[in-house]
Design a protein around this ligand. Structure first.
Ligand code: MN
Length: 392
């Protein structure tokens, strides 16, 4: 030990000699410079080691958080960059990482300050509790079915699942929204969808139920009067009176029903299948996240001002300059995504190359439809029908 100590001291002495360090006089300054330099070098080395370790730890925590959508939303929100385009780039990048590691679902509700809504946009209700975008990576070998608007037709939903031979262990079910309203068992459809771990997007009728339920839970049912008064939500696209028929569903929902339905995002993106799901449509002239939520849930056409409209192609006058949103989408969009949508029962099944419409009017006595994304095979059953009014 002594030898070693001596040897160390000797080496230090050698080093000092080599460095010409003198313990006296002006050379103290030279020594100080060397000590500072070595300390700085050590700091750089520590930072170089510590930062990657920290980032690795953050990634590990993020992977763990994938199992908890709420936590993951926050994590990704914090990581969102400066511009909308970079958000989309990050979404693609984070999705590639996830595609490699698992089939987990992630949620992204973008920072509102990074969104640039178009001038036709509407107020988002304070009771909307809306997730703008959810990214999903299905298991590699899974069959992935997209099913059109069910509108409370639970029997028909189950019959179509039988026809498909749906197996919740291996197959994936995605609903194009409007699970509820008009049909006989809206709550039954929500619970069946939840039981099957179905993914979904928010339809215009789902949105009304969620907003009424949100207001009811906050202020109480007794506060929802007089019945003819409009629920205060700001300049929303579809103001609701307190007596709105959707309140019947809101009144019988339990917390799980509400959480499932409210968790259906505005847009579901499936990068690995180059697919995207919305209820109504997308404005092809603006970026994805800038889309006005009310329009995504309600649109069918683009009008002469290139704005989304809820009017229907089939009911346009011949002189109308409106075009179906899918026409505008085909002529303007250059990305590879195929958009699956519902909402347009009057137009019915639409099997274009980049847009696939699946609302075939089951609740009006026509058909319930589903398509398997990988094979593009269409499955349909006849429906009994509950409501003759061919609306939405
Ligand atoms: Mn609809």
């Amino acid at each position: 030990m002594t030898d070693t100590n001596y040897s160390s001291r000797s080496s230090l002495q050698d080093l000092e000699n080599k460095l010409e360090i003198d313990h006296d006089g002006p050379n103290k300054r030279k020594r100080w410079v060397w000590v500072t330099g070595i300390a700085l070098l050590a700091s750089v080395i520590i930072v170089a080691i510590a930062v990657p370790v920290s980032i690795h730890r953050q990634h590990s925590e993020q992977n763990a958080a994938d199992l908890s959508p709420a936590i993951n939303t926050q994590t990704i929100q914090q990581n969102i960059a400066v511009t909308t385009s970079s958000i989309l780039t990050q979404i693609d990048q984070s999705e590639k990482i996830k595609a490699d590691s698992s089939s987990a679902v992630s949620l992204i509700t973008a920072d509102q300050s990074l969104i640039h809504p178009p001038d036709y946009s509407h107020t988002i209700s304070p009771y909307a509790n809306l997730t703008r975008l959810k990214i999903y990576t299905p298991p590699a070998q899974a069959r992935v079915f997209v099913m059109g608007d069910i509108h409370g037709c639970l029997n028909e939903m189950n019959r179509l699942l039988d026809v498909i031979g749906f197996n919740a262990q291996n197959d994936v079910l995605i609903l194009t929204g409007d699970l509820v309203f008009r049909g006989p068992d809206s709550i039954g459809v929500i619970r069946r969808a939840k039981e099957l771990n179905a993914l979904c997007v928010r339809g215009n009728h789902d949105d009304k139920v969620i907003r009424l339920k949100g207001y009811m839970d906050k202020f109480g049912i007794d506060s929802m009067s007089p019945k003819d008064e409009i629920m205060p939500e700001g300049q929303v696209g579809d103001p609701l009176k307190f007596k709105n028929k959707h309140i019947a569903i809101a009144r019988i929902m339990n917390v799980d029903d509400y959480n499932y339905l409210a968790g259906c995002p505005l847009i579901l993106d499936i990068p690995t299948l180059e697919a995207r799901v919305v209820h109504g449509g997308l404005d092809p002239y603006i970026s994805l996240l800038d889309n006005d939520p009310w329009s995504v849930m309600n649109m069918r056409d683009m009008d002469s001002d290139r704005h989304p409209s809820k009017s229907k192609l089939s009911k346009n006058s011949p002189s109308s300059d409106n075009v179906h949103w899918t026409t505008a989408y085909h002529s303007h969009i250059t990305n590879d995504r195929t958009v699956f949508y519902g909402h347009d029962a009057s137009r019915g099944i639409d099997l274009d190359s980049k847009t696939i419409g699946l609302d075939s009017g089951c609740v009006y006595g026509r058909k319930l439809s589903a398509i398997e994304i990988n094979t593009k095979k269409l499955y349909q059953i006849d429906c009994r029908g509950e409501d003759g009014n061919d609306d939405d």
